[in-house]
Design a protein around this ligand. Structure first.
Ligand code: ATP
Length: 718
């Protein structure tokens, strides 16, 4: 038998052994499915029906989570993905296979002196409560990610098991203790295999190959703020998502009850990441893009960089505060009312003075209507006093204040204002100037006013949110919805978990009591956006991920201060990720060289994967730029199996789209939109033009989106 044949048969034997275990896991799941169906048939609509035992309840929960995982993707990679062979240290360590270990959990499954733990997307026990599968988030699974040859943590061999559904397709081993003989070691590089897989346009989970530095960030304490930095492709996004799953596991009641908010830059980005948590069995986190965070408004429209910079800056606070107190557009400017045969009249200036007096009391306009009514009555009283004999104050107020014509006037003079009505009124340059009171120079005023006349943009969303605060809300009776939300925290029974889900539906986009807020691409948030998030996470812990070198925000200091204010004073845990897992080394070296010149202190990670394919840089006659870009996209399609991203200035999109190959694998995006995304191949259209319009940092984002092939098509401008 040749060496290769021998290796092949060892591999087959090992795969067959793992298949046996995987079969046991799925048989157990089938039992749980029957139990869950039985529970449903028995109708846990009656709480008083036999109260199920904790184990049974947990099993049904596990079954449901498993079903969710399987449902999200027919070609799912399966529940089991890892195995640890550990030296038996003799301590009676407990294994938490799941979130609710029984009072006396048994030890690991033992094979002689060695313990074997199988690691999976969730924890599972057999009917005798022995662990079949350890949840990857349990402390007992931590060595799977943290053990190294230098610090093996009792691990002799770590095995990554690849499955397609219920079938084992491969195993890959790492022998951490070379002094141990007799261990079959097969395969090489589970991580490399994962990194070179074709991209589908959807982010995948990385549970099987989380690296030690990433694991530390994922398992960081929930309290305070966890700040994760690292260059492009270091896994910041994927780590943040696994951290959400970890937090839900670590304290399900708290994090499912009050909720986890995950915020990313755009709708495209949210769609790119939305499957990761469900593939980990978790679907309760609320995913919102920055353009979605104000109730009733959904936008991906962007202002020009200069307008976005004005709208995002803290100067807007005062401007909005004054705008909230301007007389609403179209209010009546005179009040005339007859009392005891005398006409009482309040003229424009008098009404304006009364409005100022009401605002001087410091109440939010929408809560001050009563006060406004009182002020009007006082104004009318002053008019009546010299001309109406025998005035009695109480009678005057009751009689005039109760009249329909007075109340109708009050409604028009002091209407309830909604931010979505107030913000567009600033398209009127005079109004805007009045609110700005010199905060902007003329050019800025003109640009701003013009933008407020159009549909809402992503930069308008925090302004609407700020206005909502400034205007206040009409006091309301507590609604049924609020009651339902409070009920969420009590969800503990099987019935609740099986049949009552989707707490996001209970929480509007302005819900403010999240237990944890995760912010991705944090380097781009404007101060006004930080203020908006701060309001969502007033009592939250935070996970903030970003890379300063990729920032498109012009005033990092102002933004950093706003971030500090949003995060509050809790403890900070900082993590730095140092390996780029996305780009081939050839692509990243090129991108790093470009950015280093302009941003000498950029945080440059190490890219470890060489493909032998250098980036292709083409210069073409300017009038063939779009045709050539399209032709290169066509070539890229034949060179990679997965998706091809074409990144171009949005102003060129419609012309370019006509020329691009009609293929689902080709995706046309703007440079800002490409943030956080990745493609097998990227064709960049006019890189110098993009840098000129959007800055070199945005250019750096663009150059670091490709996993295998980067083609840059520039106009030749000699
Ligand atoms: N441990 C890992 N195992 C397998 N793949 C990984 C691992 N870590 C990261 N990746 C992959 O590397 C790619 C980049 O990850 P991610 O998008 O999270 O990086 P990022 O730091 O957020 O990048 P950027 O700042 O450029 O947006 C993704 O495809 C991710 O799945």
């Amino acid at each position: 038998m040749s060496g290769d044949d021998r290796q092949l048969s060892v591999r087959d034997t090992e795969m067959a052994a793992e298949q046996r275990h995987v079969d046991v896991v799925y048989r157990r799941l089938a039992e749980l499915r029957d139990a869950a169906a039985g529970a449903q048939r028995a109708g846990y609509g009656h709480r008083e029906a036999t109260v199920p035992g904790a184990q049974f309840e947990r099993d049904v929960f596990v079954y449901n989570a498993a079903k969710r995982i399987a449902d999200i993707d027919a070609q799912h990679e399966g529940l089991v993905f890892g195995r640890l062979d550990l030296r038996d240290s003799g301590d009676a360590d407990r294994v938490d296979a799941d979130e609710r270990p029984p009072a006396a959990a048994p030890k690991d499954v033992a094979e002689g002196e060695v313990k074997v733990r199988h690691i999976g997307r969730l924890g599972l026990r057999d009917s005798d409560y022995r662990p079949l599968l350890i949840d990857w988030r349990a402390p007992a699974a931590a060595p799977f990610y943290q053990a190294t040859a230098a610090d093996p943590q009792g691990v002799i061999r770590r095995r990554v098991i690849r499955c397609s559904g219920q079938r084992v397709t491969d195993v890959t081993d790492d022998l951490l203790d070379p002094t141990e003989s007799g261990y079959a070691v097969v395969g090489d590089g589970a991580l490399m295999a994962a990194l070179t897989r074709r991209r589908t346009g959807r982010m995948r989970d990385i549970v099987a190959t989380i690296q030690a530095e990433q694991d530390a960030a994922i398992r960081a304490p929930a309290r305070g703020a966890t700040v994760i930095t690292g260059g492009p492709g270091t896994g910041k996004t994927v780590v943040a998502l696994h951290r959400a799953a970890y937090l839900l596991y670590s304290d399900r009641r708290r994090f499912e009850g009050a909720g986890i908010l995950i915020v990313g830059p755009s709708d495209v980005f949210m769609r790119y990441i939305e499957r990761v948590l469900p593939s980990l069995g978790e679907d309760t986190a609320a995913l919102y893009s920055l353009g979605d965070l104000y109730p009733g408004v959904t936008t991906d429209r962007r202002d020009s960089p200069s307008v976005a910079a004005i709208k995002g800056g803290l100067r807007m606070r005062k401007v909005l505060s004054r705008a909230a107190r301007l007389a609403p557009a179209g209010v009546p400017t005179e009040l005339s009312i007859v009392y005891k045969g005398e006409v009482l009249r309040l003229a424009r200036e008098e009404l304006a003075a009364l409005r100022t007096q009401v605002h001087a009391k410091g109440m939010k306009p929408n809560t001050a209507k009563l006060e406004a009514g009182r002020a009007l009555l006082v104004g009318l009283w002053r008019k009546a006093k010299p001309i109406v004999p025998d005035l009695v104050p109480a009678e005057f107020s009751r009689e005039l204040g109760g009249r329909n014509e007075f109340l109708a006037f009050l409604d028009r003079w002091w209407p309830m204002q909604s931010p979505v009505d107030v913000l567009p009124t600033l398209a009127d340059r005079r109004r805007l100037a009045e609110a700005a009171q010199g905060a902007f120079h003329r050019g800025e005023l003109a640009e701003l006013a013009e933008s407020f006349g159009k549909e809402f943009t992503v930069s308008d969303v925090p302004l609407l949110d700020e206005l909502d605060q400034l205007l206040g809300r009409e006091p309301k009776q507590p609604t049924r919805q609020v009651k339902e939300h409070q009920g969420v925290q009590e969800l503990t029974t099987i019935q609740d978990r099986m049949f009552t889900r989707a707490p996001r539906a209970h929480r509007g986009a302005d819900y403010s009591e999240y237990a944890h807020v995760i912010v991705d691409e944090a380097q781009d948030l404007s101060p006004m956006q930080w203020r908006m998030l701060g309001r969502r996470g007033q009592i939250a812990g935070w996970t903030v991920v970003g890379d300063a070198a990729q920032s498109s925000w012009p005033d990092p200091a102002e933004s950093a201060a706003a971030q500090r204010a949003a995060l509050g004073r809790g403890p900070q845990h900082r993590f730095h990720l140092s390996t780029n897992y996305r780009n081939s080394a050839e692509i990243f070296d090129y991108a790093a060289e470009v950015v280093r010149e302009a941003v000498p202190d950029a945080d440059i990670p190490d890219a470890v994967r060489r493909t032998g394919v250098a980036p292709r840089l083409l210069k073409v006659p300017a009038d063939t730029l779009l045709t050539e870009t399209a032709a290169q996209a066509g070539r890229a399609l034949s060179e990679v199996e997965g998706v091809v991203g074409v990144i171009a200035d949005p102003d060129r999109h419609s012309e370019l789209a006509e020329r691009l190959p009609q293929d689902d694998r080709v995706i046309l995006v703007g440079p800002l939109e490409s943030k956080g995304l990745e493609y097998d191949a990227v064709v960049v259209c006019d890189f110098p033009g993009l840098v000129e319009r959007f800055t070199i940092r945005v250019g750096y984002v663009v150059l670091t989106r490709a996993t295998q092939l980067l083609i840059q098509v520039d106009p030749d401008v000699r």
